[in-house]
Design a protein around this ligand. Sequence first.
Ligand code: ARG
Length: 460
Amino acid sequence: ATNKLWGGRFEASGDENIDAFGASINFDQLMAAEDLQGSLAHVEMLQDTNIIPETDAKQIIQGLKSLQQQLAAGKLKFDTTNEDIHMNIEALLTKEIGPVAGKLHTARSRNDQVATDFHLYLKKRLPKIIQAIQELQRVLVTKAEANIETIMPGYTHLQHAQPISYGHYLMAYFYMLQRDVERFEFNQQHTNLSPLGAAALAGTTFPIDRQQTTRKLGFDKPYSNSLDAVSDRDFALEFLSNAAILMVHLSRLCEEIVLWSSYEFGYLELSDQYSTGSSIMPQKKNPDMAELIRGKSGRVFGDLFGLLTVMKSLPLAYNKDMQEDKEGTFDAVKTIIPSLKILAGMLDTAQVNSEKMAAATEKDFSNATELADYLAVKGIPFRQAHALVGQLVLEGLKTGVTLQEIPLSKYQEIMPEIGSDVYHDLQSKIAVERRQSLGGTSFAQVKYQIAEAKKILDKI
Ligand code: ARG
């Protein structure tokens, strides 16, 4: 036998490099609190089912509670020779209470233990993630409300398309994030299953009470199949895909923040608190944080792909490959929460240059659709109206004359029915105001969206 916890059937110790290579303690110590929590629920159940004597159980409970206190005080020291958090805790417990600690692992395996810890870890973080998304949503709604009548160019292909309300633009991100919230909420259902009691893979001969540990740990229900319980990482994959989609959203918003704080756009000015300078160019004020969030989307996508690839060919049930499930997941949690917080602060403190936004819609042709619509209302088939306006735009681009500047006499040559009211429709503010269709950019529709959003946020 060797001196490992599992050393009984071994004659020789491992190669000197394998301890370090195989160990996960450097990262899975992040689940120390969850491991203790899981062990406490397990030992209380072992006591209540008389699987181990009450006096032993009491000692173990006391020992685990003492370890909880030491952990909270930052006094627990972990060690790579004990491989992972589970064996480190068991070793520490043994130091604390002696060999009776060995009874804790009755009717349990590290396979259901690690799965339990990992479920508990995410179960605890998901509400925090949802909360951080909602904080960003609140900022978006507040800013949207302040900017219902702020006019800006709406883009397709990054070319001026039609004028829109800046509030409308912000609300698009609100709804995107709402779908993220819903995805993470759904993610909670699959995270709230208890693997504890699946043991190594097949269940156990001991008369354990899985319902009790399920309740004790705050899970909704136990996994129905022990093989599935120890080999499922869907809850983490779902989390990572949700995180990846969330980062797509944050990255798109950050891309626009970067563009809009450039000299050429000048729509936004970030506060000093959320900007950085250059070590050589004294004039610089860089949107580093927006760029970094955009960049960090890459690592979260990597986290998702890492775990998908780890899982894709694993035979049932547990395989050591699955130890690779944690770092990427921890990394994604560690990335998305601060990204959300920084972005919320950045948007909250950014200065909106509404004149510059509106001016960008004055001298362009983003009101061309208005003119085509006007002609269509007068009875010209829309296709023909589109072609006519297209010609006017081409001419205007050559001569530097905007659609508002074309004299009425010229319009009436094209079509006598055109009246001076055409100039009213051509104003970008009016173009926005008139887009009253459901979900459109009109001020009334944006207000409607804001009211709906507040109802969603108030329910929290
Ligand atoms: N450290 C391991 C992991 O993270 C714990 C489970 C080990 N189980 C085993 N049979 N080797 O997956």
